[in-house]
Design a protein around this ligand. Structure first.
Ligand SMILES: [Zn+2]
Length: 462
């Protein structure tokens, strides 16, 4: 932990990086509170024809509602801190480093002080640059991401941050709240056979009466909100909930889906506050128990999330702002030994395979390449008063956020997962022998459990 005092120089440096002009008067006004927040947003909607979910479902036909990247820069806690949620399926390996580097450059900070977390909708881009390169080399029309679009998003990111910083507002206090979410989350791995193996799985939508009837299983029922205020004005509200966010997908209709639609509803009700939605540790959590995949179900799920956000906001309790700290911890878990690079390359090259079974191996090869290059995953957390905002990679099982809350008992821990997506699913170690879909596409070995857990422990100072 480093307790950094706010200094004029930090803001001026960030401001210089942002090419800001009229910062000085704001800065004077802000000095007693010592902390400034600069919310930003920009469009990340892919063009028609762009691959969705990394290229193994129908590409974009049209846009039902825009995808956004929404975040904020915090100034006055040492070098600037950037936290951002992106309406994409995932951002993996080099692509994640590229996002953090671009945002860091624009904010005048270092990439380890930038957290980029995906919301994980599926009618949305899913980006691994290494996989795109491997797929392109096949010369048969497979595509993961269009690089021009990807670069355009990074340009918009930089512009949005540079415009936001000079408009930063002082933070006088923060507040936390939470509400139970009714009838959304259910565990996907609810049917364990007598052999100890996962049987049929309850996906993000489900019409199998037997699976629907099974209990919710292990979930985190709480939607948590952390809000930043200037006096009575709520400036930024961050909402956290752990579920796969898909009601239905696969027909090419780009959408921020039910969690994004709920966020947009809150945003239109409260235009002066920036609402941000983060997906928690939802690797084994989805809405299948309560979602038949119909368009009516999308409306219902949207309303349930919007109601829970309202409930969490009604329960908001003020907390004085202490000097924030930012902690980081690097991990590089070993590759799952079931993956053989030669076999993965064969699957990728086999034109008889469906796109998913060619692109997924390419993404696993992307992970293997990353481990060879020793590029670590950066875990991070922002601590203010009794609150910790925790940023974890990929598709962590819900156990990790429940564990984080236990490790930091007495603190309000809000967890955003789906940061660097390189590892794909991150099961807990007990889940590996049970098998099931998530385990079959977990790029790391079961050693990831101890490595990630001790990383979380060190971030939370537990
Ligand atoms: Zn997923």
């Amino acid at each position: 932990m480093n307790h950094n005092h706010f200094s004029r120089r930090d803001v001026l440096k960030a401001s210089a990086a942002a090419g800001a002009a009229a910062l000085a008067p704001r800065l004077n006004a802000a000095e007693p509170s010592e902390l400034l927040i600069a919310p930003f947003r920009f469009d990340v909607t892919p063009p028609v024809g762009h691959p969705l979910c990394g290229g193994w479902i129908k590409p974009a036909v049209d846009c039902q509602d825009e995808l956004e990247a929404i975040g904020f820069v915090l100034l006055g806690a040492g070098q600037p801190i950037v936290i951002c949620a992106v309406d994409w399926t995932g951002i993996l390996n080099e692509a994640h480093v590229a996002w953090r580097t671009a945002m860091a450059e624009a904010a005048g900070t270092t990439p380890d002080r930038v957290a980029v977390q995906c919301v994980h909708q599926h009618d949305a881009p899913f980006v691994c640059l290494h996989a795109e390169k491997l797929v392109e080399e096949q010369h048969d029309g497979l595509e993961v991401v269009q690089l021009e679009f990807f670069r355009g998003c990074l340009d918009r990111a930089k512009r949005a941050i540079k415009v936001a910083i000079p408009l930063a507002r002082p933070v006088t206090h923060i507040a936390t709240g939470e509400a139970r979410v009714e009838k959304i989350a259910g565990n996907r791995r609810v049917q364990i056979g007598p052999n100890g193996k996962v049987g049929k799985m309850r996906g993000s939508s489900c019409r199998d009466a037997e699976l629907i009837a099974l209990p919710e299983g292990l979930i985190d029922p709480l939607l948590k909100t952390v809000a930043f205020y200037e006096g009575n004005q709520k400036l930024v509200a961050c909402h956290y909930y752990a579920t796969h966010p898909m009601s239905h997908y696969g027909a090419g209709h780009v959408s921020s889906d039910f969690v994004g639609l709920a966020r947009k509803q809150k945003q239109s009700e409260e235009p002066a506050c920036t609402h941000i939605y983060f997906t928690g540790c939802a690797g084994n959590i989805a809405a299948g128990k309560y979602n038949d995949g119909s368009s009516e179900a999308r409306v219902q799920l949207t309303q349930r999330i919007a109601n829970s956000i309202s409930g969490a906001e009604k329960s908001l309790k003020r907390i004085a702002v202490s000097r924030p700290t930012w902690t980081t911890h690097e991990i590089l878990p070993p590759t799952n030994p079931v993956f053989d690079p030669a076999k993965l390359s064969e699957s990728l090259a086999n034109k008889k395979n469906v796109a998913a079974n060619r692109i997924r191996p390419a993404m696993t090869l992307g992970w293997i390449d990353r481990v060879e290059k020793r590029t670590p995953i950066v875990l991070s957390a922002l601590h203010i008063g009794g609150v910790s905002l925790l940023h974890l990679p990929a598709e962590c099982f819900v156990e990790y956020q429940l564990r984080a809350q236990q490790l930091a008992a007495g603190r309000f821990v809000a967890t955003a997962a789906y940061g660097d997506g390189g590892p794909w699913y991150i099961p807990v170690k007990e889940a590996y022998p049970q098998g099931g879909y998530e385990v079959s596409v977990a790029n790391c070995s079961d050693a990831v459990d101890d490595i990630l857990t001790s990383g979380i422990r060190s971030l939370l100072g537990a």
